[in-house]
Design a protein around this ligand. Structure first.
Ligand code: IYR
Length: 251
């Protein structure tokens, strides 16, 4: 079967096709009755703002996708905080449409690896096509994914395409962009504690991984992040980032 967008997972529709007849009344009630409370975010001096802007940029500019991990353990409590941080993301109508599945159990990691390697081999050989495979040669990656067993944690991020209320389905507006933003925050939180990862989108593995992890049908796999410390003497491609003048337009 030839599909027009091979990079879009069969299982990963954007959720807007769901035909939810009537917004559940409970959802409406919640929105109408929500109280507003005072909020005073910290106000920095211009100097302090500048110092913090630079410092955070320098931290984030050191982030690189890493595909080789150390098996050195990482405290679970650190991962808990990183995921709490991801959960601070804004979301459509404050629906918080994310589930972060943290896999630490070796046998489960092995089964995740088995599924992904099986599908990725088909991806590389058939689904992706010649141009795509050429375009990622510089990453020196293929369907063999040792990191899925070596990294102390795998974080599988699912988007909930709708929620479940006793009275029916709850609409999760903009669920994909909401969860994508939370993933960006998660990546920043990992960088902040010196952990490394690589953003992977296991093409066509969603349904099998969802079944393996016993997640409900309203959850679709968006991203898989192996998380841990880098392997000793790890290398990364010699990539450079576009300068500000190439990415920013001031009007
Ligand atoms: N998902 C595959 C292929 C892959 C695709 C892109 I786009 C990359 O930037 C890197 C890899 C894999 O993880 O090997």
């Amino acid at each position: 079967k030839v599909i027009s967008k091979p990079w879009v997972d069969d299982d990963l529709k954007d959720g807007t096709e769901f035909n939810i007849q009537q917004q559940a009344s409970k959802q409406l009630d919640e929105e109408i009755t929500a109280q507003h409370i005072p909020y005073s975010p910290k106000h920095y001096s211009e100097e302090e703002m500048m110092r913090r802007a630079k410092k955070f940029y320098e931290l984030m500019n050191k982030r690189r996708s890493v595909r080789f991990f150390s098996d050195e353990p990482v405290p679970r409590e650190v991962i808990d905080y990183v995921i709490r941080t991801a959960g601070t993301s804004p979301s459509g109508a404050h629906t918080e449409p994310w589930t972060f599945v943290v896999v630490q159990e070796p046998e489960m990691k092995r089964q995740v690896r088995e599924i992904i390697e099986e599908e990725e081999e088909i991806n590389y050989k058939k689904r992706m096509g010649q141009t795509w495979v050429q375009d990622i040669q510089k990453m020196r990656t293929n369907w063999t994914k040792e990191y899925l067993e070596i990294a102390p944690y795998l974080i599988l991020i699912f988007k909930q395409v709708y929620g479940n209320l006793p009275s029916g389905k709850k609409i999760h507006y903009y669920n994909e962009i909401s969860v994508s933003i939370s993933c960006g925050i998660l990546l920043a939180a990992l960088q902040n504690v010196g952990l490394v990862t690589v953003t992977t989108t296991p093409l066509n593995c969603g349904p099998r991984l969802r079944a393996l992890l016993e997640r409900p049908v309203n959850e679709k796999l968006l991203l898989l992040l192996p998380v841990g410390l880098p392997a000793k003497n790890v290398t990364v491609p010699d990539f450079h980032r576009k300068p500000l003048t190439d990415i920013m337009v001031l009007v």
